[in-house]
Design a protein around this ligand. Structure first.
Ligand SMILES: Cc1ncc(COP(=O)(O)O)c(C=O)c1O
Length: 444
């Protein structure tokens, strides 16, 4: 079986196709604002550092409606919202203001991780201080908290010993003084809902325990909540959107709702973005967090969107497990009683009898014109343990991510067919005892 590979298919690029971007709504909104006597000026000039007040107000209203259930009658307010230039830029801002590479001991990242988070953290002084935390099995609900707690204890003990030996105070070094009123000992980075790349959704109980751990160890949990709004029933033959359960609770709302909340700083920050629901080119996002954090974030840096739902269905249906490939992502994740799916990605696992995903990706690109994102891309940079876990039994080196937002449905089907052809040809070669050649692949 061989597929027509004349037109390259890219299931690696994790962006929405331009057709899904809310261009018409942006044009309409811009027209209204820029022709308004009162709004055109503020829109074109420097504004408050924390962000344009009406935008913060309408974001607070929109978020309070969308997450009404988990906010339990305690809506978010504009003093908790700081406008950003997108989730990636905001990640850098958060680290600049609330983390000190000489004091903040480590950054823990859920594994597999959104790979562009690593270089942002490294650029902010955390090279060599990134630590992976496996998602774990179904019993862990999306993050192995036993592993995380153990590593936090070890790291804390080590920091105590180092401080005692050096005779220096265990206090921020670079980020000291009134410009840095709060510096955390740890950062924990997660994408708890429809994660990139795994598509998984963290269980409610795991979210609660994670907040407790963050409080215990003086950690700030940065939660990229960028896919929450792209959701649909996993069983598309059932009810429509009306049948959707409420979205999973954000960590920031869990923190705020639990006794002992630190009203000024909190231990959680929801990192939001319009990139997935309007278009990444708008470069606008927000943080929803305790007012002290929101205000200080403003000191660092100077619109109906629900139509943008990608073409997950076509790819998922086309992917009914040929060649022993299994679906890892949360296509049938249960939240409450209704299965919920969402995000941009389908995350799959290869069977044990073919080489790991990087080799498969190399053959797919070279011989079938198909690009896929392989597991090695999602290990935590600079953490040897993360690589060892990826390549060990059940590790993520056998997994790969397909994006369903970039191509149209027909191309998605063709892409999945090419993947099947790739696996078939690898199997044939292996049966003949031939070696499978792997070439270095770029990230995009
Ligand atoms: C988990 C996650 N966070 C952040 C981003 C980037 O967001 P932004 O465009 O707002 O910087 C992405 C985009 O792929 C993502 O998957």
């Amino acid at each position: 079986m061989s597929s027509n590979t004349s037109k390259p298919i890219n299931l690696q690029t994790g962006w929405p196709s331009a057709r899904l971007c809310a261009s018409a709504a942006i044009l309409d909104g811009a027209q209204q604002v820029l022709t308004s006597e009162t709004e055109a000026g503020p829109a074109m000039l420097y504004g408050p550092r924390i962000g344009h007040t009406p935008l913060r107000e309408s974001l607070a209203t929109w978020l309070s409606t969308f997450y009404a259930q988990s906010m339990a009658g305690n809506p978010t307010t504009k003093d908790r919202i700081a406008i950003s230039n997108g989730a990636s830029g905001n990640l850098a801002n958060i680290l600049q203001k609330f983390a000190d590479p000489f004091y903040t001991r480590a950054i823990f990242l859920a594994e597999p991780t959104y790979f562009l988070a690593c270089p942002i953290m490294e650029d902010n002084g955390f090279r060599g201080k990134l630590r992976g935390v496996p998602e774990g099995g179904p019993e862990h609900g999306g993050l192995d908290l036993g592993f995380l707690r153990q590593r936090l204890r070890e790291t804390e003990a080590e920091a105590g010993r180092t401080a005692a030996e050096s005779g220096r105070a265990d206090a921020p070094v670079l980020k000291a003084g009134p410009l840095y009123p709060k510096v955390f000992k740890y950062i924990i980075y997660v994408v708890p809902t429809f994660a990139n790349p795994s598509g998984k959704t963290m269980a409610e109980q795991t979210r609660r325990e994670l907040v407790c751990i963050a409080r215990e160890f003086d950690a700030l949990v940065i939660s990229d909540d960028v896919y929450d709004y792209l959701r649909w029933p996993a069983d598309l033959t059932g009810g429509g959107d009306d049948a959707l359960p409420p979205p999973p609770s954000r960590l920031v709302d869990i923190d705020r709702g639990m006794d002992g909340y630190d009203e000024k700083w909190g231990n959680t920050l929801s990192n939001g973005s319009f990139s997935k629901i309007i278009g990444p080119g708008v470069r606008v996002g927000w943080a929803d967090c305790a007012p002290g954090l929101a205000f200080e974030l403003g000191e660092v840096f100077n619109p109906d969107v629900q139509e943008a739902v990608p073409h997950h269905d076509g790819m998922h249906r086309a992917n009914a497990g040929p060649h022993g490939v299994s679906v890892e992502s949360s296509m049938d994740e249960k939240e409450g009683s209704t299965a919920l799916a969402g995000g941009f990605f389908l995350y799959l696992r290869l069977p044990d009898d073919v080489p790991h995903a990087r080799t498969v990706a190399s053959v797919a690109l070279r011989e079938h014109g198909l690009r896929i994102a392989f597991g090695h891309l999602f290990v935590v940079a600079g953490d040897e343990g993360s690589i060892a876990r990826a390549e060990g039994p059940g590790g993520i080196s056998r997994c790969f991510r397909l994006c369903c937002a970039w191509h149209e449905e027909e191309e998605l089907r063709e892409g999945v067919q090419r993947l099947a052809d790739t696996l078939a040809s690898i199997r044939e070669r292996m049966a003949r005892g031939e070696a499978i050649r792997e070439e270095a692949l770029g990230v995009r």
